[in-house]
Design a protein around this ligand. Structure first.
Ligand code: TPP
Ligand code: SF4
Length: 301
């Protein structure tokens, strides 16, 4: 009986392209996102990866959870390496048969790797670029990145981050990406639809996925999906799609949940809720949310 269970599990794992056994933390939103992306992309996919937590899903040759060709490149150069892969596939005449995904965490994407991704986007390469945004450099111990939100405690912003997040969506749009979308792990069907949509279009694409990280967000490992849901329902993480520069789809909200509901589940924001300075920062968060509600027309009429 036990053997039957084991073999049925094994055959289930055989079918997936991202198998268990990696070293991500319990409740890791990024590993869930990566699994969903890969399942949607399918087996004819090559993944090029800036170093970061995504690489812990590949625990060193010959062990790996990725069941597709996976290139673990340097911290800054997935944009350049994936360009080389695309040129090789074009030379072989199979560029349209194989998906290329170039991916990174927020530090690897929005900071150190941005130059290489910028070059890829500008050259018009036929590649899906993905930022798995856990809002800090997590793999090396929770240092602040350019996508760390205002007020967040990290090891390099112990009193709270002084800056707003960079707007990576606007940066990608300014490069002329043919498809730009945001996604969240609490809506897996929508996330996978966006991956498929992106891969159906020719040219540079950008998908920005909010990826809860219990270690860095100081949240309960069982709450990652709930936190992702609250990010969307508070208006902190709007879900939308741009095609050829035009906003074509927005996930509307019936009403906005208070931002505090999102903040209070995460130790990295704890100080914002119980100090006077913190409350001023929460007011600034609310202003940012108001701007997003207007910009994306988030609320149902
Ligand atoms: C040039 C260079 N500098 C620093 C490092 C060390 N390093 C490896 S992973 C990492 C953090 C990655 O952070 P991020 O891209 O946000 O991804 P995450 O780990 O959060 O998924 C750093 C700083 C490196 N590998 N190469
Ligand atoms: S540190 Fe965060 S992103 Fe990295 S494996 Fe753990 S939960 Fe996932």
């Amino acid at each position: 009986m036990i053997e039957t269970n084991i073999s049925s599990n094994v055959s289930q794992y055989d079918k997936t392209l991202f198998v268990p056994g990696h070293t991500a933390c319990a409740g890791c939103g990024q590993s869930l996102a990566a699994k969903l992306v890969l399942e949607a992309a399918g087996k004819n996919t090559i993944v090029v990866n800036n170093t970061g937590c995504l690489e812990v899903f590949s625990t060193g040759y010959p062990n790996t959870s990725w069941k597709v060709p996976f290139i673990h490149s340097l911290f800054e150069n997935a944009g350049a390496v994936s360009t080389g892969v695309e040129s090789a596939l074009t030379h072989l005449g199979i560029n349209d048969k194989i998906n290329i995904i170039a991916q990174a965490g927020d530090g690897g994407f929005a900071d150190i790797g941005l130059q290489a991704f910028s070059g890829l986007w500008e050259r018009g390469q036929n590649i899906l670029t993905i930022c798995y945004d856990n809002e800090a450099y997590m793999n090396t111990g929770i240092q602040k990145s350019g996508l760390t939100p205002l007020g967040t405690i990290t090891t390099t912003s112990p009193s709270g981050n002084l800056k707003f997040k960079k707007d990576l969506v606007e940066i990608s749009l300014a490069h002329g990406c043919v498809y730009v979308a945001t996604a969240s792990v609490h809506l897996p069907v929508e996330l996978q639809r966006k991956v498929k949509k992106a891969l159906s279009m020719k040219g540079p694409k950008f998908l920005h996925i909010l990826s809860p990280c219990p270690l860095g967000w100081k949240s309960d490992t069982s709450l990652s999906i709930e936190i992702a849901r609250l990010a969307v329902e508070t208006g902190v993480w709007p879900l939308f799609e741009y095609e050829n520069g035009s906003l074509t789809n927005v996930r509307k909200l019936k009403k906005l949940v208070d931002v505090e509901e999102y903040l209070k589940l995460q130790g990295r924001f704890k100080h914002l809720l119980d100090t006077e300075d913190g409350k001023n920062i929460v007011e600034q968060w609310k202003k940012i949310v108001e701007q997003k509600v207007k910009k994306y027309n988030l609320l149902e009429n």
